[in-house]
Design a protein around this ligand. Structure first.
Ligand code: NI
Length: 169
């Protein structure tokens, strides 16, 4: 088991557009395993490679829905190919911005196409928490954080709270 260092808000890598994975390799699979270890250790439900300092299009999620169904996915080069027009509001947090939570509006259903860690094409039709987690993690691959998806006023408030929590001022 290998734990990776989770990068926090302010790290440049969180703001970069991650590069597509050219070929799924043993190295990719090792990174995926380490990302799962790191996510579980931090008690998160999703993690994207930029959050551990790797600017590549890789994400992992382990989500339990209200109906107790569990969805575990590691996705390479994920693309949201369809988003529902109906949206839902729910509170989100992020391992890269610990202590900060806010309500975010997102499409309630998405279709995601990607490669599995074995290099096989996968297609996921997601609703519920899985849809939200996948959108949050794909955002990370584009350098977007959930605090970018709230009103400018809320965003300023969250950033102030974050700064205060880090510096005590
Ligand atoms: Ni996040």
């Amino acid at each position: 088991m290998a734990l990776l260092e989770v990068r926090l808000l302010g790290a440049q890598v969180l703001r970069e557009r991650a590069a597509p994975v050219a070929g799924v390799s043993d190295e990719t699979r090792r990174l995926v395993r380490d990302m799962f270890d790191t996510m579980y250790e931090a008690e998160g439900i999703g993690l994207a490679a930029p959050q551990v300092g790797v600017s590549e299009r890789i994400l992992v999620v382990d989500v339990k829905e209200e109906d107790e169904s569990r969805h575990v996915h590691a996705l390479i080069n994920p693309v949201i190919t369809r988003s529902s027009s109906d949206t839902g509001r729910s509170v989100e947090g992020c391992l890269s911005i610990p202590g900060i939570e806010e309500t975010v509006t997102r499409p309630t259903r998405v279709t995601v196409e990607a490669l599995s860690p074995d290099g096989d094409p996968v297609r996921i039709e997601a609703g519920g928490l899985l849809a939200r987690a996948l959108q949050h993690e794909v955002d990370h691959l584009d350098g977007v954080l959930f605090i970018d998806r709230v009103s400018p006023l809320k965003r300023r408030m969250l950033l102030r709270k974050w700064r205060k929590s880090r510096t005590g001022r």
